[in-house]
Design a binder for this molecule. Structure first.
Ligand SMILES: NC(=O)c1ccc[n+]([C@@H]2O[C@H](COP(=O)([O-])OP(=O)(O)OC[C@H]3O[C@@H](n4cnc5c(N)ncnc54)[C@H](OP(=O)(O)O)[C@@H]3O)[C@@H](O)[C@H]2O)c1
Length: 190
């Protein structure tokens, strides 16, 4: 099924990642302080309340993540609440939280057969390897990229593989008081 057919069915896959200014999504040692440290205040930026964040997150029906991101989330503290989570993996895992299911197999089948009938607003939240495969297969409808105001110099590249040239459509830009910038794009129409 093509991306546009997927949209016609009502489901939307949003790839959301936080990147450093120099294009890294994780440090080699996996530390995440760079994601939370507050830099200078950008006075013209907006800030959103916890209530607004919670309302926004309620709209997400399902998260999809690669197994390394899953492992990291278990270590750091579960950020997905009770929202359904699908972990893509070829490995066997011990029983997990009720909201978590494991998937191994074709990713188009995952989106079009397993997820689309159940969920409308699907968020793909990493890591780099899984996002790369989703993009290669044209399974992403929107990219929401948050840029952190920091150069890391080294780490795991956001998009390290071999993607083909594609021009995406800028939909929204939000600059926050904490100097993070959120860029939203929709996929090129076929
Ligand atoms: N800054 C951010 O916004 C952000 C967001 C998410 C994650 N991260 C960070 O990114 C790092 C993890 O990213 P990563 O790229 O190393 O790993 P990842 O994409 O999270 O996970 C890779 C694993 O997912 C499974 N997988 C991926 N594609 C598959 C496919 N087509 N079919 C079957 N299984 C597939 C494989 O698991 P098996 O080996 O189990 O088969 C693979 O080893 C962590 O440090 C995490 O904290 C950062």
């Amino acid at each position: 099924m093509s991306r546009s057919e997927g949209n016609a069915n009502g489901r939307s896959v949003t790839l959301h990642m936080v990147s450093s200014l120099d294009g890294f999504i994780a440090k080699r040692d996996n530390s995440v302080s760079w994601l939370h440290s507050t830099g200078s205040v950008y006075e013209r930026g907006v800030s959103i309340s916890e209530e607004e964040t919670a309302t926004f997150l309620k709209e997400i029906n399902c998260y999809v993540l690669g197994s390394r991101t899953y492992e990291h989330a278990l270590e750091l503290g579960w950020p997905y609440g009770d929202t359904p989570v699908v972990v893509v993996t070829s490995r066997e895992w011990p029983p997990a939280r009720k909201s978590v299911e494991f998937y191994s197999g074709d990713l188009k089948t995952l989106v079009d057969v397993q997820l689309a009938p159940r969920y409308r607003n699907i968020w793909l939240v990493g890591g780099a390897m899984l996002c790369q495969r989703f993009l290669e297969l044209s399974l992403v409808d929107e990219i929401m990229l948050t840029i952190a105001p920091v150069l890391l110099g080294d780490g795991l590249r956001l998009f390290g593989g071999s993607l083909t040239e594609e021009r995406w459509n800028l939909k929204n830009v939000v600059a926050y008081k904490n100097s993070f910038v959120e860029l939203s794009y929709s996929a090129p129409t076929a």
